[in-house]
Design a protein around this ligand. Structure first.
Ligand code: ATP
Ligand code: MG
Length: 259
């Protein structure tokens, strides 16, 4: 579904060059849910940006469904994004002069698959799902940070994207709303087979992922998943039990001898 091969990216200004993505390799199979963790400034948002075709790599390749993004024009990329991709930005990126309802409607208006009435109904339904049924006519400036984030989430789900990128989707939410958002993400993954690539600091989100990666200073590494760690811990405990049994055995014997 998403493949990144030997990708590098640099940010250059007059004083310095930052090597922000260092030889990234990633292969995300269709229908999987991957989480990317890692410290602030390590390159997570940059990676999502290039993976979604919002930004370009300096060398290496990014492929979505086998199509190489580097060979595409800006218009072709925009078309591919509107057909396949949902993106929840870290800073939401809502359109300031559109209401919540209009922001959520926008991807559906662009993809032209539903009637005006259906679009409005679906946008309202999605906003209700993220507990914003009472704020549909508010402009972004009239919403709290967490509410803006939820509008951005509703917008990302509008077209049931096959590939959803989310940058800290629960970062500004309280526990009730982050649970709602998590449920929506899992539902999209399980019921539509959508592939999820989520940047998060939230362990609850990472625990639900099939694979967890860690970004450290521009280098992406597969992190041991909880399951692997758990199995290894269990194996270790069994081994320890066997060793301690062996140790205790002779004692029993010697006691028996004494008797
Ligand atoms: N447009 C840019 N020009 C120059 N440097 C940039 C630009 N965008 C990001 N950077 C730098 O690249 C590095 C990686 O940034 P990025 O936003 O990908 O980090 P991040 O892992 O998403 O961090 P956070 O967890 O804080 O969101 C940072 O050091 C940042 O300052
Ligand atoms: Mg970021």
């Amino acid at each position: 579904m998403l493949k990144i091969e030997s990708a590098n990216k640099y940010y250059r200004n007059s004083e310095e060059t930052i090597h922000v993505l260092k030889n990234i390799n990633l292969d995300v199979k269709k229908g999987t849910f991957i989480a990317i963790m890692g410290p602030s400034g390590s390159g997570k948002s940059t990676l999502l940006g290039v993976a979604a075709g919002l930004d370009r790599v300096d060398d290496g390749k990014v492929l979505i469904d086998g199509e190489e993004l580097g060979t595409k024009s800006e218009n072709e990329l925009a078309k591919l994004r509107s057909e396949k991709i949902g993106f929840i930005f870290q800073n939401f990126q809502l359109i300031r002069n559109l209401t919540a309802l209009e922001n959520v409607s926008l991807p559906m208006v662009i993809s032209k698959k539903l009637s005006e009435k259906e679009i409005a109904e679906r946008a309202r339904f999605l906003l209700e799902k993220v507990s914003l049924g009472h704020r549909v006519d508010h402009f972004p400036a009239q919403l709290s940070g967490g509410e803006e984030q939820r509008v951005a989430i509703a917008r990302a789900f509008a077209n049931n994207p096959v590939l959803l990128f989310a940058d800290e989707p629960t970062g500004n939410l309280d526990s009730k709303n982050s649970e709602i958002v998590l449920k929506m993400l899992i539902d999209l993954n399980k019921n539509f087979g959508s592939t999820l690539v989520i940047v998060t600091h939230d362990k609850k989100v990472a625990d639900l992922a099939d694979l967890v990666y860690e970004m450290k200073d521009g280098v992406l590494e597969l992190k041991q998943t909880e399951t692997v760690e758990k199995v290894e811990q269990e194996v270790k405990e069994v081994k320890e039990k066997i060793v301690s049994k062996k140790k205790t055995k002779p004692k029993t014997k010697s006691r028996a001898k004494k008797k």
